[in-house]
Write a protein that binds this ligand. Structure first.
Ligand code: HEC
Ligand code: HEC
Length: 609
């Protein structure tokens, strides 16, 4: 299958690369970027910002040093294991350094007999949930990851495992539906109808604190009146407003408590705090009051006349954790998950990894991504970039896919993703031209600078300063096409398609600029994938629908904005104890995993917050 043949391509020559042609334009013209890998060894790149730490071994596995001479694979699955996983991990600078024959058990990376290695690897792979495979989890926990970021190793390992077991969807981010735990429906606690009812009641527990400390705002008669009016002198009004802010099942999940303990919202002065607002003291008093109130309320048993089935909590009902992407023909992929340091890892699993060195004004953004500012770019070495030429020339097609949030729609000739040698020589480029997107391809029908380019013509503007999914495809018949948020811009490539035989394999992959620095693009970029096929409209829409970024459970509008502001997941959680009020409520038969509302918490505003 395609996926297997892609991931199983023989590794390209390792560094240093010795291209037949002249020295790379990129390497010649570059100050900091392309040479960063080398310079890092010398203690960092001068002028490139904070000092960088030396990266551990990032060289591809040195398979050529020990060609396999053992018994042939016993069956097709062993062969699939061999080309997709084993060849990638058996080298001495990967897992084979220890898990070799006669070495550390389990010997899944032994080089003497691939069949024995296969047997050792089988128990370490989870066929149902590949991302739960011991191999991926172990390396993801930091165990001998061959690059600085264990999550990059885990993602790469997962690609190899999926390539081996043919995970069907050919996706590394597919949704895994997990049945919720079986949980009998139980009774719940109901707020007493009357604020004076209960032992102790709302009136004697929480209400005194609210009227004493929150009355400055949370009552309609205040000069700075602020809804909800839970501190109202009318106790019925206050009780109605206070109920949604108290969680009887888990008092520590009450908004009244969390506002004070975690959000430091108008804590009060306590006797021991010496005149200063005391959040630990105030929140403890609030929690004690809510707990006392809740403890006095008996659990309401389920009406025996009702028919009940097993229950799920609201949270369990919304577990879906990611969309399924089409990635059967990857060449390189960047998810920007590392969050710090000067390397963005290629987690496509296709050897060699074309890791990007971040140089100049590049910062990490929350929820995965990088923000490229004036003077910044992210560039791979020419030797690792050469896999683009090798794999794309062999297919004659490609797609450049990116999730971007352009900083503005004034920048012109601003190159988002480029595989090029200078501002006048390139193989392929996706760029922004004010409110339009631009594609340049070197082929038999264009010049070596990809001229004439395809520039979109949308009168409403294709490029917006908002998070967009942009895909540039190339096929030998139509040439380039551009899709924004899953929709074709409809623009035809003036040069049409052609042959890519004259591509130059000594160029470098670069994001945010030209290798020689004349085409600055300022923006947040959250994802890049390069495929050696022209993706179809359906595949593009599938990847658009899969979304991008860290999954954040968004619970409500206010919790959402708070989550985005603090870059953590939402602090407000729905009640975790089911309260069965009718025979149909929240039965497990009604459990439908809802696809995450990914657009909500992942807008550009959130991302760059
Ligand atoms: C420097 C030596 C070394 C290298 C390299 C190494 N390991 Fe290990 N590995 C160990 C040792 C020692 C143990 C046993 C102790 C432990 O579990 O951590 C082990 C155990 C394991 C286990 C079994 C633990 C379990 O929970 O069942 C797995 C799986 C594993 N390694 C995976 C890997 C992978 C994948 C790689 C390559 C990325 C790798 N190791 C590279 C030394 C190494
Ligand atoms: C000086 C004015 C002021 C005082 C005093 C005040 N609040 Fe607020 N409160 C606000 C404002 C403004 C908002 C709406 C904006 C926000 O959510 O921060 C608010 C909103 C709230 C909310 C609703 C939003 C949510 O996240 O659930 C709760 C609960 C709350 N406050 C609790 C309290 C408690 C408890 C006290 C007393 C200890 C208190 N507040 C005292 C100004 C005040």
């Amino acid at each position: 299958m395609t996926r297997k043949s892609v991931a199983g391509l023989p590794p390209l020559p390792g560094e240093p690369m010795s291209p037949a042609g002249p020295m790379s334009h990129a390497a010649r013209a570059l100050g900091c970027g392309a040479a960063l890998v080398l310079l890092a060894v010398l203690g960092g790149c001068s002028g490139g910002g904070a000092a960088t730490t030396v990266n551990p071994v990032t060289t591809p596995p040195n398979n050529t040093a020990n060609a396999y001479t053992g018994p042939a694979p016993g069956n097709a699955d062993v062969q699939a294991f061999k080309i997709n996983l084993w060849e990638n991990i058996r080298a001495a600078n990967r897992c084979g350094g220890c898990h070799h024959e006669g070495g550390q058990s389990p010997m899944f990376a032994r080089s003497d007999d691939v069949n024995l290695a296969y047997q050792a690897a089988l128990p370490l792979v989870n066929l149902v949930q590949p991302d739960q495979s011991t191999l991926a989890l172990k390396v993801g926990s930091g165990h001998n990851c061959w690059v600085a970021d264990p999550s990059a190793c885990a993602a790469t390992m997962l690609v190899w495992i999926q390539a081996w077991i043919g995970a069907g969807s050919a996706s590394t981010t597919s949704v895994q539906l997990v049945a919720p735990p079986v949980q009998a429906a139980g009774g719940g606690k109901q707020f007493p109808a009357d604020p004076t009812a209960g032992n102790p009641s709302f009136q004697t527990t929480v209400y005194p604190l609210l009227t004493k400390f929150c009355i400055g705002c949370h009552t309609s008669s205040s000069s700075t009146a602020q809804q909800p009016y839970f501190a109202s002198s009318n106790i019925d009004e206050a009780y109605a407003a206070a109920q949604p802010k108290m969680n009887l099942a888990s008092p520590d999940q009450s908004r009244f408590y969390i506002r004070l303990s975690q959000e430091f919202h108008h804590c009060w002065v306590t006797p021991s705090s010496g005149g200063a607002p005391d959040c630990p003291g105030s929140s403890a008093a609030m929690l004690a009051a809510i707990t006392a109130f809740a403890n006095g309320i008996p659990v309401t048993p389920i009406d025996p006349a009702l028919v009940v089935s097993n229950a799920v909590t609201l949270k369990q009902g919304t577990v879906a954790s990611g969309g399924s992407r089409y990635e059967a023909n990857l060449v390189a992929k960047y998810m920007f998950q590392t969050g710090s340091g000067s390397t963005a890892y290629d987690t496509s699993g296709v050897t060699p990894a074309a890791d990007l060195s971040l140089s100049g004004n590049v910062t990490w953004v929350g929820g995965w991504g990088i923000d490229i500012g004036m003077g910044g770019k992210a560039q791979a070495s020419t030797s690792t970039s050469s896999k683009l030429a090798a794999m794309i020339q062999s297919s004659g097609e490609y797609s450049i896919e990116a999730w971007v949030a352009p900083a503005n729609v004034n920048q012109t000739s601003a190159y988002i993703v480029s595989y090029s040698g200078s501002n006048t020589t390139r193989d392929a480029t996706l760029g922004q031209d004010a409110m339009q997107y631009e594609g340049r391809a070197r082929s038999s029908t264009t010049d070596t600078n990809g001229t004439p380019p395809l520039i979109t013509t949308s009168t409403t503007g294709a490029a917006q300063a908002a998070l967009q999914h942009v895909v540039l495809t190339y096929d030998p018949v139509n040439g380039q096409r551009i899709y924004v948020n899953g929709v074709s811009t409809g623009d035809a490539d003036p040069a049409k398609g052609g042959s890519l035989a004259n591509w130059d394999s000594t160029f470098a992959l670069v994001l945010g600029n030209e290798t020689t620095g004349q085409s600055q693009w300022q923006s947040v970029i959250k994802f890049v994938a390069i495929h050696n096929r022209a993706l179809t409209q359906a595949q593009i829409q599938q990847n658009f629908a899969a979304g991008v970024g860290r999954s954040t459970t968004c619970c409500s509008a206010s919790a959402r904005s708070r989550a985005c502001r603090s870059r953590t997941s939402c602090s407000r959680r729905p009640s975790t104890t089911p309260t069965v009020t009718s025979s149909r409520s929240r039965s497990s038969s009604a459990w439908i995993p809802r696809r995450r509302r990914r657009r909500t918490c992942k807008s550009a505003a959130c991302a760059s917050a």
